[in-house]
Structure formats: C-alpha cells, structure tokens
Ligand binder design. Structure first.
Ligand SMILES: [Zn+2]
Length: 312
C-alpha cells in the first residue's frame, strides 16, 4: 500500500513529466507570449496575423476609432510600458504616439510598419483647394489601402517580431508567408472588381482623403472635402469646389466612412443628386462581428460597396 507521502511524490512526478511532454508545444506557443502594442485596429489585425499565438496584442485605437485625433489613456501608457515591441503605421498618422512613447517610459523598440514603402504626397493633386496647410509636403499616411503596401507592412512586422523574439523567427516567417499568399489573392480580386466598373464611372467622393493609395494602385478617382487628416473641418470653399466638380464630372456616387461625421457627405449628395453609395472603411476596422472585422474583410467590403454603386 502506498504511503500518503508516496502518493504525493507520484503526483509531483506526474506533474513534472506532464510539463516535459508539453515541451514541444512550448516551442510553438511560449508560456509567456510577447507583449506587443499596435496603434490602431487595421494594423493590429496585421500584427496578429504574423504574431499568432506567440504574442499578446494590445491595440490602442479600436474598431471604428479615429487614430488621427486619438487621446491616449493611462491604460495605453501602461500597455506601452509593459510592451516588448510597439508597432506604428508611421508617416505621421498617429500624431500622438511620440509623446505617448516618451510619457510611458517604455524601453520597447518602435517598429514603423510603413517603413520603406513608396509614399504619395497628400491630397494636393485632387483639385479641391489648398486650405489644409498641415498636410502640404507631407506623405499621405493611409498606405494600407493599397494591398501591395499591406504586404510590405507584413514583411516589416515579421522582421520586427523576429528581432524582438528571435526564438519565434521561424513561426513569424511562416505566418507572414501564408498571409502574404492571401493578400496576393485579395489583390487579384480587387483588380478584377475595379475592371468590372466602366472607366467613366470610376469616380468617387468620400469625406476625408483616405483612399489616395487605393486610387493610385487600382485606378479609381477619389475626391474628398477634408484633407488626409480628420483633424480639420472642410472649408466652405472646398465644399463648393467639390459640388461643382461632382456636377461637371458627373460623379455617380458619394460614400460615407466609418470614422467620419456623415453629415457633410450627406449634404453633398443632397445638393448634387449623386447617390449615397454606402459606407467605406478607411482608417479603422468594424467590430469583429461587423462587415470589416479584419483587414481582408475590410478590403472585400470596400470593393463590394464600390462596385455595387458604380458598376451599372
Ligand atoms: Zn485618415
């Protein structure tokens, strides 16, 4: 008969061997996932795709949030202080991030997802006036709207994660490769969808200028009364110019965005007779159960919305 002490000892050794058995699994998903912060929902989704189970992700600006004008909270500073890696878009999209990084005292490296992409200048070539002084000469930050750029984001995220967590490098490489293959398929679908729209109808109004990269990559003209940031109001002169342009160019549809006030675009639709084409996701995902809970779902939602309004 086993003594009580032996039973306890057996249980101890069983527990130990259980730990040893799960050693192989530990190489895949470490007991202590790497704490990573991403600044906004679209970027957070891309970081999660590459980091998988090896990371524990905090996203600062959540679904439907406007990262241009965000006010960080004490909880955000705490997340940064505990992070081993911070991933930002860059191109001055998150105007508040440098101060937050300093205030948090974090020692984590800050990786710029848009590092190395070919930027386009903000807005000035859309012919809607020059009232947005802050954006002159600056790069348009909304690079993720070109799926080709999202692939560059993924490569940058992969390299940053591998540097912060070298033991996971192989996992990050495999995750990035698998997701990039999905982005290749997505990009082919975007091109096919735009090709189905008659060229003369590839003209769109949105409220802020978030689709410059999409426009350049896929050949749809976007005009917006607000500049590349949402932090300034459109001037009366800008709005009047847009209304004239819609009438002159016979722009078929105007679109709302999930991060901007709908009233301006609704007014433009009323005054021009352009139809309301639906809602595009520009700077943020929808909540998980919405139509744009991931980057890929967002791009697919946007091209469905565009083609439904413009195809005929
Ligand atoms: Zn924006």
């Amino acid at each position: 008969m086993l003594s009580r002490r032996n039973v306890i000892a057996s249980a101890f050794w069983l527990a130990l061997s259980g730990t040893a058995l799960s050693g192989a699994a530990l190489a895949q998903a470490p007991a202590q996932p790497l704490p990573v912060v991403a600044t906004f929902s679209i970027l957070g989704d891309l970081v999660r795709e590459v980091g998988g189970e090896r990371i524990s992700l905090t996203t600062l600006v959540g679904p439907d949030g406007d990262a241009h004008v965000y006010s960080p909270s004490p909880a955000d500073a705490k997340a940064l202080a505990e992070a081993k890696l911070v991933v930002v878009n860059g191109l001055r999209f998150e105007g508040w991030i440098d101060r937050l990084v300093k205030a948090s005292g974090t020692k984590a490296p800050v990786a710029v997802a848009a590092q190395g992409i070919r930027t386009i200048a903000a807005a000035d070539d859309h012919g809607h006036g020059h009232s947005h002084g802050h954006s002159h000469g600056a790069a348009d930050p909304h690079a993720w709207q070109d799926v080709g750029n999202a692939k560059a984001y993924i490569a940058n995220i992969r390299d940053a994660l591998a540097k912060a967590d070298p033991a996971g490098a192989e996992t990050y490489r495999a995750n990035a490769a698998a997701y990039t293959a999905k982005l290749d398929a997505l990009e082919a679908d975007v091109k096919a969808a735009i090709a189905s729209i008659p060229p003369a109808r590839r003209r769109v109004i949105t409220s802020h200028d978030a689709f410059g990269y999409f426009a350049k990559a896929y050949g749809v003209a976007f005009v917006a009364p607000q500049g590349v940031s949402t932090d300034t109001e459109a001037s009366a002169r800008d709005v009047a110019a847009i209304i004239r342009q819609i009438r002159k160019d016979k722009v078929p549809a105007v679109f709302l965005e999930n991060v901007t006030d709908p009233r301006l675009v609704e007014r433009i639709a009323r005054e021009t007779g352009a139809k309301m084409g639906g809602r595009l996701f520009s700077d943020a995902l929808s909540p998980q159960d919405g139509p744009a809970g991931t980057y890929i779902a967002m791009v697919r939602h946007n091209i469905r919305t565009l083609t439904a309004a413009l195809a005929d």
